[in-house]
Design a protein around this ligand. Structure first.
Ligand code: TYM
Length: 358
């Protein structure tokens, strides 16, 4: 098959094992795209530093994400896999692009407000989304031991650099990353207009004809996320996974035919739509509509269908983790390729911005 020349790039932070949100929002798309596009997939260790301060844990997580990438079917003979910090050109580009990024626009980013709140130990309730002023006050007035690090604020600049450095056209990510992609497009456009150049390509999210994915958690509300404690991990063994699914929050069941779905039940159906056969999903939807549904049956089915997806991945991970040489070779090759394009982009950007030899 002839590959599309358009570049695809995406990354995942090494902050723990990958969960179903990472899988359906990102990883499963990576595996499909590698067949048709020119792809680079990386491990965003510098981004992980914005929230992770344990060096040994970070190192362990980089290895486990790499093993999970490979176990899920990313083929290093078809794509480049690299660690972000192995491409030092990105750090200089990050410094340069930051000269064109406003502090205000970064402070208004939803993920920044969320993470800043977490750093300061504030709950959503006493600091609502619309209440920008109160969160700004908290950030500025925070004591030094509860500070919000500057790296968290400039997170979107680094993410934009990851993408723009490789001239990527497509960025497969989950719904939660769309605001960061919007900022990337804005920064690219601003840079091009400011200098009157066509240096950067404006990237888009990649979906296979579906709407952007937001995988819900098992706790009845919100998205699946490491910091939410509501995850099913690709490495969960069958016993753990079944237990998690059986404990998922539900409601008291439909009282009348064709009742609307409550949020916890809608979430279970969303998970089922991702993992189960459409005919099976329909069967449970019909049972809900005529009030004959038994949530225990639905959960049992869901757990088995999730296991069909995760088991082959889980079974390959340990073999890969045991082979350091192989992992090193994969990353060295990936870094070489990523550095080639990044150093070219850096040379162009330096020149455009006036950093030139006398
Ligand atoms: P991270 O590590 O938070 O998440 C990695 C990918 O998983 C997706 N994801 C989800 N998708 C659907 N439902 C969920 N519950 C869910 N949870 C996570 C995320 O959307 C993401 O695609 N900023 C990025 C890492 C990054 C990056 C980049 C991505 C750094 N530079 C450049 C693309 C291009 C992040 O935080 O990923």
């Amino acid at each position: 098959m002839i590959k599309d020349k358009e570049v695809v790039l995406s990354g995942i932070r090494p902050t723990g094992n990958l969960h179903l949100g990472n899988y359906y929002g990102a990883l499963s798309k990576f595996v499909r795209l590698q067949e048709t596009h020119d792809c680079l997939f990386f491990i965003a260790d510098l981004h992980a530093l914005t929230t992770n301060t344990d060096p040994d844990e970070l190192h362990r997580n980089v290895k486990s994400i790499l093993a999970e990438y490979l176990a899920a079917g990313i083929d290093p003979d078809k794509v480049s896999i690299f660690v972000q910090s192995d491409v030092p050109e990105l750090s200089e580009l990050y410094l340069l692009l930051n000269m064109h990024v406003g502090i205000g626009e970064l402070m208004r980013t939803a993920s920044f407000k969320d993470k800043a709140r977490q750093c300061l130990g504030l709950s959503r309730e006493n600091c609502s989304d619309s209440d920008d002023e109160s969160i700004e006050k908290e950030i500025i007035g925070a004591s030094t031991n509860k500070r919000v690090c500057a790296g968290l604020l400039t997170y979107p600049t680094l993410m934009a650099v990851d993408i723009l450095a490789q001239k990527a056209r497509w960025v497969p990510v989950g719904k939660d990353q769309l605001q960061h992609l919007e900022l990337t497009r804005r920064f690219a456009r601003r840079f091009n207009q400011f200098y009157g150049v066509e240096e950067f390509i404006e990237p888009d999210n990649f979906e296979f004809g579906d709407a952007p994915v937001k995988v819900p958690g098992l706790d009845g509300s919100g998205k699946m996320g490491k910091s939410e404690g509501n995850c099913i991990y690709l490495v969960d063994d069958p016993k753990v996974l079944r237990k998690k699914v059986m404990r998922a929050v539900t409601d008291e069941g439909p009282k009348e035919p064709n009742s609307p779905l409550s949020e916890p039940i809608a979430n279970l159906f969303t998970l089922m739509e991702l993992t189960s056969d459409p005919a099976v999903v329909q069967q449970f939807r019909d049972a809900y509509a005529d009030c004959s549904i038994r949530y225990g049956d639905l959960k049992k089915q869901l757990a088995e269908d999730i296991l069909k997806v995760t088991t082959p991945i889980r079974e390959r991970i340990n073999d890969i983790l045991a082979d350091d040489d192989y992992m090193r070779r994969v990353l060295a090759r990936g870094a070489d390729r990523a550095r080639q394009q990044a150093s070219q982009t850096l040379a162009e950007v330096r020149h455009i911005m006036g950093i030139r030899k006398i």
